[in-house]
Design a protein around this ligand. Structure first.
Ligand SMILES: NC(=[NH2+])NCCC[C@H](N)C(=O)O
Ligand SMILES: [Mn+2]
Ligand SMILES: [Mn+2]
Length: 299
């Protein structure tokens, strides 16, 4: 793993309807992210937050079942530029959300640097809706579909190219709340999904061994971790909690195995909502998981 890390905050809450997730980057910083990473002897720079232009909300309309389309697009474009610059300067981006719609921007900045990018999507959800299938119109439920090239042009074409990732290089882990249209696209594109059923049955060790093996021919792997992939007992501060999720220890095991395999080239942690949280518990878990991912050991 690269030893130079650049933190980028994305205080975007417009990809869904529960306010507060815009404070996620602050909550994660407050949980001592910087210190934690520095202690692992990385060189860390914090680039601050991407500007979310809330004046665009006025122009946004929801007719097409894409809430705050312009605001989300504008933020993702800015994020893509910044992520691209970080990678060009030979550093690893660590992006802090914000809601999961920001993955559209992160992947737009990351993907052009790789010929065969892998993507690990830790999530209770598939985020594989389009405006046609979404039950909510919330873009955070569409970001993986967009990155695969499915969805509104304004989103799929950010960065001037699409798709950002091929379906055979995507692995979803922790899914337990999939909409009908999402099941259909999973089947149609043949996306590999470890639902909670497989996590229970195989155990996290096997899930991660298979995941790492599946991505062995990739020249880079992006980890997009939605905190709601974990069980809400451990992470009460998320906007769309679903019970029966990944445990605290399974989460750490997954991060430790990724660290040992040394395959991750860019990282994003999303959906921390401090307003819904209990004493910053969710941000603290996020920082602990980032610690394990970056090589922290128990002994
Ligand atoms: N990133 C997330 N938390 N996504 C939740 C999506 C929920 C639901 N599937 C929707 O499309 O609205
Ligand atoms: Mn989710
Ligand atoms: Mn998500």
């Amino acid at each position: 793993m690269k030893k130079e890390i650049s933190i980028i905050g994305v205080p975007l809450d417009l990809g869904q309807t529960r306010r507060g997730v815009d404070m996620g980057p602050s909550a994660i910083r407050y949980a001592q992210l910087h210190e934690r990473i520095e202690n692992l002897s990385y060189s860390v720079e914090d680039l601050g937050d991407i500007l979310v232009d809330r004046t665009l909300v006025k122009e946004d309309h929801t007719e097409h079942n894409l809430k705050n389309l312009k605001s989300v697009k504008d933020t993702c474009e800015k994020l893509a530029v910044e992520v691209d610059e970080v990678i060009k300067s030979n550093r690893m981006p660590l992006v802090l959300g914000g809601d999961h719609s920001i993955a559209i921007g992160t992947l737009a900045g990351v993907s052009k640097h790789y010929n065969n990018l892998g993507l690990i999507w830790f999530d209770a959800h598939g985020d594989l809706n389009t405006a046609e299938t979404s039950p909510s119109g919330n873009i955070h439920g569409m970001s993986l579909a967009v990155s695969l090239g499915h969805g509104h042009d304004l989103l799929t074409k950010i960065g001037g190219y699409f798709p950002k990732v091929k379906p055979e290089n995507v692995i979803i882990i922790g899914a337990r709340d999939l909409d009908e249209g999402e099941r259909a696209i999973i089947k149609e594109l043949g996306i590999k999904v470890y639902t909670m059923h497989e996590v229970d049955k195989l155990g996290m060790t096997k899930v991660m061994e298979e995941t790492i093996d599946h991505l062995k021919d990739c020249d880079g792997v992006h980890l997009s971790l939605d905190l709601d992939g974990l069980d809400p007992i451990h992470v009460p501060g998320v906007g769309t909690p679903v019970s029966g999720g990944i445990t605290y220890r399974e989460g750490h095991l997954a991060m430790e195995m990724l660290s040992e395999a040394d395959i991750i080239t860019s990282i994003e942690f999303v959906e921390v909502n401090p307003i819904l949280d209990e004493k910053n518990k969710t941000a603290i878990v996020a920082v602990a998981l980032i610690g394990s991912l970056l090589g922290e050991k128990l002994l």
